[in-house]
Write a protein that binds this ligand. Structure first.
Ligand SMILES: *Cc1c(COP(=O)(O)O)cnc(C)c1O
Length: 348
């Protein structure tokens, strides 16, 4: 893979904004370099633009070198920046599995980049050969998501590897739900594949969707390109402080994931008792994709009862499917009870 050839020429040549905090990174006693207010510490100061302390801690927890970590305002930021760094509008294209997370397409549309889809099979599995045959000389990015949203399953490891090995652009593997899966993580393989970008997030298992912090793991060269084009202070100080405390509660996160997995099994077992539930797809995530007889009616009636699930009925391969997030034991019991009492009239 030739990274320069892959990168948009304007981005490759770009001289990024050089802020006061980039220029001076040591400790001083008097800071008069950034036109900040001298009052109101600590929030009067600009945050570290490179988030070095946070990356060091994440690197320790994930066993990754800090220079292979890019941090964004949610995963949404690296998703968007990957288009802006590598895809020439109206010229280049990307290839994604279908169905999958909606932001890959939205960011393609915003950046005026052609978005090609390759359908997963009826078990939501990936065929590397089929996906690679949709790529051409203008394909810069391939989007994979495992465990996948909205289907919940992991993509076959061998097929993922065949895509990574067979494609000479970047393969983005979104692992937003990886903490709920007991199977192999791709992070230890990062060094073997210079065209691999792995996305993870603090929004799901780490219980921190509100602070907006997403991670992209990639070669230091790719991280450098994303860093060059990001807003200088993209991760605010409140987020940087909060995530450091979250990372100290590693054990609590592990325990909550274990609790959620127990609840996922409970929901799975009980929802299957309902006559209008036709199928529950196997899940490696914190949600279940549930095929019912009439998704629209069930969705609307649940809303009237104050319960919101995600209606995925209009999504490819998801006809009459609801995506249900695993909640607390109380929330799951309320959902089950409402479904059992309200919908027994909806016979198969
Ligand atoms: C929830 C989710 C994310 C997380 O996005 P953030 O911007 O980090 O909150 C990323 N990818 C997928 C597939 C998701 O479902």
């Amino acid at each position: 893979m030739d990274l320069q050839k892959l990168t948009r020429p304007n981005v490759w040549q770009l001289k990024p904004y050089f802020c006061a905090r980039n220029e001076f990174q040591g400790e001083a006693s008097v800071y008069l370099d950034a036109n900040e207010s001298p009052y109101g510490a600590p929030y009067n100061r600009y945050p570290d633009p490179l988030q070095l302390q946070v990356k060091k801690r994440i690197g320790e927890v994930k066993n990754v070198s800090p220079d292979s970590i890019f941090l964004g305002n949610g995963s949404d930021e690296p998703i968007d920046l990957l288009y802006r760094a590598f895809c020439e509008p109206k010229e280049d294209n990307v290839v994604a599995i279908e169905p999958t997370y909606g932001m890959y397409r939205v960011c393609a549309d915003i950046n005026n980049v052609e978005y090609r889809t390759v359908a997963l099979d009826e078990n939501f599995q990936l065929s590397a050969a089929k996906l690679l045959s949709a790529c051409d000389a203008h394909t810069k990015l391939v989007w994979l998501c495992s465990p996948n949203n909205p289907s919940g399953n992991r993509l076959d490891e061998k097929e993922i590897l065949d895509v990574i090995k067979g494609f000479d652009g970047l393969v983005i593997l979104d692992e937003a739900y990886i903490d709920f899966s007991s199977e192999v993580h791709f992070l230890p393989l990062l060094h073997n594949y210079p065209n691999l970008v792995i996305l993870q997030t603090f929004s799901k298992a780490w219980a921190s969707a509100a602070i907006r912090l997403g991670m992209a793991f990639a070669s230091p060269e790719i991280v450098g390109i994303l860093t060059k084009i990001k807003y200088p202070y993209n991760i605010n100080i409140l987020t940087q402080q909060h995530v450091l405390s979250v990372l100290e509660n590693h054990e609590q996160v592990r325990q909550r994931v274990a609790d959620i997995l127990v609840q996922r099994d409970w929901l799975h077992k009980n929802l299957l008792k309902l006559s209008f539930v036709e199928k529950i797809y196997p899940s490696d995530a914190n949600f279940l994709l549930v095929k019912v007889t009439d998704a629209n009616t069930i969705y609307r009636t649940l809303i009237e009862k104050g319960i919101v699930v995600r209606n995925r009925s209009s999504v490819a391969l998801c006809n009459n499917c609801l995506r249900i997030t695993v909640g607390t034991p109380e929330e799951n019991a309320i959902l089950y009870q409402k479904l059992a009492t309200c919908f027994e009239f909806l016979k198969k």
